[in-house]
Design a binder for this molecule. Structure first.
Ligand SMILES: Nc1ncnc2c1ncn2[C@@H]1O[C@H](COP(=O)(O)OP(=O)(O)O)[C@@H](O)[C@H]1O
Ligand SMILES: [Mg+2]
Length: 254
């Protein structure tokens, strides 16, 4: 089996003459949890958009798994290959229960767009409940998603992402707008999720990054500036200069 699950080779994204990504070489291994940081406008979200097929690069290649070139595929086909994207704002169905939200996601993942009325088999029910347990919301399974706090909606959406058992999960700024306790819980949840798959997380909050990160990639003006352990990143003079800033090391928001 390949070691690398996703490989961006010399990828350039051009928005009407502006290069949001400029010759990016970037790869993530199977089973890895990677954090992507960098100043605003560095190209972090664009990089996730390229992997999930929302944005098509001007040049370069995007290789998945055993080397399948996915850059010309639709986002729908890419999702079916096992790449799941969690967007910044939660998009749960507020009038459906938590159980139904996850059920709907499971049915879509299996390519079935029918109503919720046709019955689920026991295995699917167990799967949904195991996800509800994992995200810590099993006791609210029959409540409407609209009644959840912002943090809980984010966890529900993570549950909706993982019920389809993706091989690679892409997460954009998961802790924005969360309380301290919610951030900590999100970190624990993402680490648990990463036990069974690769996870690529974009995040601003340096305390959170320190909580979860093993390997960090720093993007700057559309290029990879530095990559390595948190310790290496925090002590890299260029990263300190352009990103972490002149204030306390690592405390400034990007
Ligand atoms: N659809 C688009 N059209 C034009 N410019 C874009 C578009 N999407 C992003 N950009 C620009 O590309 C740069 C990188 O954006 P983005 O990937 O969102 O950065 P980040 O997530 O690191 O803050 C920004 O300067 C942004 O304004
Ligand atoms: Mg962004």
């Amino acid at each position: 089996m390949a070691v690398t699950i996703i490989y961006l080779e010399d990828v350039t994204v051009d928005f009407n003459g502006f290069k949001a990504l400029h010759g990016v070489n970037f790869f993530v291994d199977y089973g890895e949890l990677r954090v992507l940081i960098g100043p605003n406008g560095a190209g972090k979200t664009t990089l996730l958009d390229v992997i999930c097929g929302w944005v098509k690069p001007e040049s370069g290649r995007v290789l998945y798994g055993e080397g399948k070139d996915i850059q010309r595929l639709t986002e729908h086909k890419i999702a079916r290959l096992g790449i799941s994207r969690k967007f910044q704002t939660p998009s749960v169905f507020v009038n459906l229960t938590l159980f139904e939200n996850i059920e709907l996601s499971l049915r879509r993942g299996e390519g079935f767009w029918g109503t919720l009325s046709s019955s689920l088999n026991g295995e699917d029910r167990d799967r949904i409940f195991s996800i509800l347990n994992m995200i810590g919301l099993a006791d609210k399974s029959s409540e409407r998603a609209g009644s959840l706090s912002h943090g809980e909606k984010q966890w529900l959406e993570l549950g909706m992402n993982i019920v389809v058992q993706p091989s690679l999960l892409l997460v954009d700024e998961p802790v924005a707008g969360m309380t301290g306790r919610e951030r900590e819980k999100t970190g624990e949840l993402l680490q648990a999720i990463a036990k069974d798959r690769s996870v690529l997380i974009v995040e601003h909050d340096m305390e959170f990054v320190r909580q979860i990160a093993k390997k960090v990639t720093v993007l700057h003006e559309g290029s990879v500036l530095c990559e390595g352990s948190m310790e290496r990143i925090q002590n890299d003079p260029t990263v300190i200069e352009v990103y972490l800033g002149r204030g306390e090391k690592g405390e400034r928001e990007c």
